[in-house]
Design a binder for this molecule. Structure first.
Ligand code: IMP
Ligand code: MG
Length: 189
């Protein structure tokens, strides 16, 4: 896998939107803020598989607190580039959330439907606190207003891949975040 722009017409990978260096310094900043806000508390990170796994593992190492991590996998019905809002838990947490300080770690919030479902679900498990940290937010797109306490970057409404984000499970391993070039559908007539 290269970090360059596409070389063939089939390659959908576009230019870099956020470089690995830019991401790393933001992750450090978020970690410092979280460390400050949760001083004297133990934190449970809930990372949403698969996309947030890379962000969560970097973020965890920039948090200077006693921190646990757990993972939840959600499947949303919809096309490859849009969420339908109908969500199902396919792998649940191992941890009991009762009286825990829980921070949901997400890669990207688009419509907000996935997170609003998850937030409701996790709140019913009686955590002491529940907040959200998302690396990316498509601000103009949000249909459901959810309170996101920690935001890495607000980005325009482009589909992006890399640093955990995928299209059809591809490109998660890219160190930078790229725009995706979605080709115009060919007119069959
Ligand atoms: P939402 O429910 O519309 O907020 O969608 C959130 C989920 O859709 C994220 O957890 C991602 O898995 C996926 N998603 C939304 N936008 C993008 C994108 O630009 N690139 C990759 N995945 C995305
Ligand atoms: Mg996701």
């Amino acid at each position: 896998m290269t970090r360059d722009a596409p070389r063939s017409t089939e390659d959908l990978l576009g230019p870099i939107m956020l470089s690995a260096e830019t991401i790393a310094s933001k992750v450090k900043e978020l970690g410092q803020q979280i460390t400050k806000d949760y001083q004297n508390h133990e934190l449970l990170l809930v990372a949403i598989l698969k996309g947030a796994s890379i962000f969560a593992s970097d973020l965890m190492r920039s948090i200077d607190l006693i921190t646990e991590i757990d993972f939840i996998a959600i499947s949303s019905y919809g096309s490859t580039t849009k969420t339908s809002g109908v969500v199902r838990i396919v792998k649940d947490l191992d941890s009991d959330l009762t009286d825990r300080d829980v921070l949901i770690v997400e890669d990207i919030v688009d419509s907000g439907l996935t997170l609003s479902y998850l937030k409701r679900n996790l709140l019913s498990r009686s955590p002491r606190s529940l907040e959200i940290c998302s690396l990316l937010v498509k601000e103009e797109k949000q249909r459901t207003k959810i309170n996101i306490r920690y935001i890495g970057f607000e980005i325009p409404d482009n589909f992006v891949v890399g640093y955990g984000l995928d299209i059809g499970q591809k490109y998660r391993n890219l160190p930078d975040i790229h725009k995706l070039i979605i080709p115009e559908r060919e007119n069959p007539h």
